[in-house]
Design a binder for this molecule. Structure first.
Ligand code: NDP
Length: 277
């Protein structure tokens, strides 16, 4: 039996066991995927003994993503650029490989849910400059979008991301977020605003063209106020659940040898456990 896990601290909130558990059952694979609560001071010891513990790999969630990157023997381009790893696997020689699949997850979902979204002549507006924003900026730059307008409450974090990625990123003040929407082809919310238990995202969509795509990576609630408002005025919308599914695909394939499909049934199962607005 092949076994994998997700490590984090805390870990109870992780949705990864439900996703991988669904696929293991669906593909009738003799495998196991579980959550492991690992304290920050125990991450190195845990990852150094993955094989001894019977694991072929692991997902990594907060707050261990940077430490996992540091501990891996080999790191792919995405994890290196994003500065964090969320997917680990051991090869036959026992070498630990690290990747970051969040950019892949976001971009694959965007392509599936809003085909033709890319318009290099129009800017992409990204709200937020936290951990998730790093992955999304990497994905957008790799996809050769045109100009990116980056807005974050703490402007210095946005400046530092723009410097880090180098591409055509223009930082604007958080207070300019309504004005920044005019002419945009894609708007992405990567802040935690709008999430259950957090403040709402205060954004006026009036200046956004009706053919712009609006993506929110917050997935609880599934339809955030931002998405509901965008949908109501006719914009195409992309929710955060798909990113969560697609980021899980490469890990499952590494560990269990099958490239899993993101299906309506998987989505239905996850939706049942998520809050509605
Ligand atoms: P971080 O804590 O790293 O970043 C939070 C971001 O939200 C920062 O840009 C922060 O701004 C901003 N923010 C928080 N509070 C406020 C506020 N009151 N006003 C303005 N801006 C605010 O979180 P992550 O990047 O890891 O995650 C962000 C969201 O994305 C979460 O809701 C998470 O669940 C979701 N997510 C979804 C994924 C998916 O697969 N769909 C994957 C990863 C994350 P500042 O820098 O000023 O603090």
């Amino acid at each position: 039996m092949r076994r994998a896990c997700v490590i984090g601290w805390p870990i109870e909130h992780s949705r990864s066991p439900a996703i991988h558990g669904y696929w293991l059952k669906h593909y009738k694979i003799d495998g196991d995927y579980r959550a492991e609560a690992v304290r920050p001071e125990d991450v190195a010891a845990f990852l150094n003994s993955l094989a001894v513990k019977g694991y072929v790999g692991a997902n990594v969630t907060l707050p261990h993503k940077e430490e996992a990157l540091r501990l891996a023997d080999s790191v792919d381009a995405a994890a290196q650029a994003i500065g964090a790893a969320n997917t680990l696997w051991l090869d036959k020689a026992g070498k630990l490989h690290a990747s970051n699949t969040d950019a892949f997850g976001f971009m694959t979902n965007l392509e599936r849910e809003a085909p033709g979204w890319k318009d290099k002549k129009r800017p992409v507006v990204v709200l937020g400059a936290g951990g998730a924003a790093r992955a999304i900026l990497y994905g957008l730059i790799e996809a050769s979008v045109g100009r990116i307008l980056l807005l974050n409450r703490s402007r210095d974090r946005a400046e530092s991301l723009a410097k880090n990625f180098g591409g055509d990123i223009e930082v604007r003040d958080w207070s300019q977020r309504n004005e920044a929407l005019s002419g945009a082809g894609l708007l992405v919310n990567t802040t935690s605003l709008g999430m259950v238990g957090k403040l709402p995202l205060d954004l006026n969509l009036a200046g956004l063209l009706k053919d712009a795509v609006v993506a929110d990576i917050v997935y609880n609630p599934l339809e955030t106020e931002l998405l509901a408002a965008a949908r109501a005025r006719g914009n195409r919308v992309v929710d955060g659940l798909g990113m969560l599914f697609y980021q899980a695909v490469p890990g499952f394939e590494h560990w269990f040898g099958v490239r899993p499909e993101v299906t309506a049934e998987l989505r239905k199962q996850a939706e049942a456990t998520l809050g509605r607005r």
